[in-house]
Design a protein around this ligand. Sequence first.
Ligand SMILES: C[S@@+](CC[C@H](N)C(=O)[O-])C[C@H]1O[C@@H](n2cnc3c(N)ncnc32)[C@H](O)[C@@H]1O
Length: 205
Amino acid sequence: MNDIMSLGLHRIWKEEFINMIELEKEYYLLDLATGSGDLLELIKKKCDCMCIGYDSNIEMIKQAKKKLKKNNVFYINGRAELMPFKRNKFDLVTVSFGLRNFSDIDQSLKEIKRIIKKGGKFYCLEFSEINNRSLRTLFNLYSKIIPFYGKIFLNNKEAYSYLIQSIKEFPNQMLLTKKLLKVGFKNIEVIDILDGVASIHICEL
Ligand SMILES: C[S@@+](CC[C@H](N)C(=O)[O-])C[C@H]1O[C@@H](n2cnc3c(N)ncnc32)[C@H](O)[C@@H]1O
């Protein structure tokens, strides 16, 4: 469905995202809301660091395990709002198209900050606010079709109506930056993709 909805673009965005991450073999990395493991697959191609895939949905973790069976990845089933890790554990935390789905974004950001080491980084890829008005109008029109794709391909219109609603309600680049600053991240870099259809936030501790 991601391929259909994004016309394959989500793969390019994820590759762009991974290319921005400075990876070292001795790093501990947590991929939050790992889903079916798209990011972990790309990360492992680039560097064989110690990776944990974390997701609240056990069925998604099963998909990730299938996809990454030859890679040395550990998986934990749990919610971003309360994670079973000691403080200062990870060098890097990544999340792609996950933050928007968390029921308590502020609490999840506090947890992410708690588990990252001093000097570590948080990388977030998420849908965002389109800067250009004409492109925004075009995207809004396209958004109206997406729930029908859900109906045709998965017989689930509601899930994709939710997707569009969650994109509309998610904080834009500036508001997300404010939230990240509030929990204590610094040197926040924001990179827009396709003029803000999605954006990448890179933050340091
Ligand atoms: C759209 S998928 C993204 C998956 C993957 N990161 C990617 O980019 O393809 C969102 C994922 O967030 C997970 N998720 C939703 N709420 C969560 C929460 N509170 N804590 C952890 N994971 C959550 C879902 O189970 C789902 O696998």
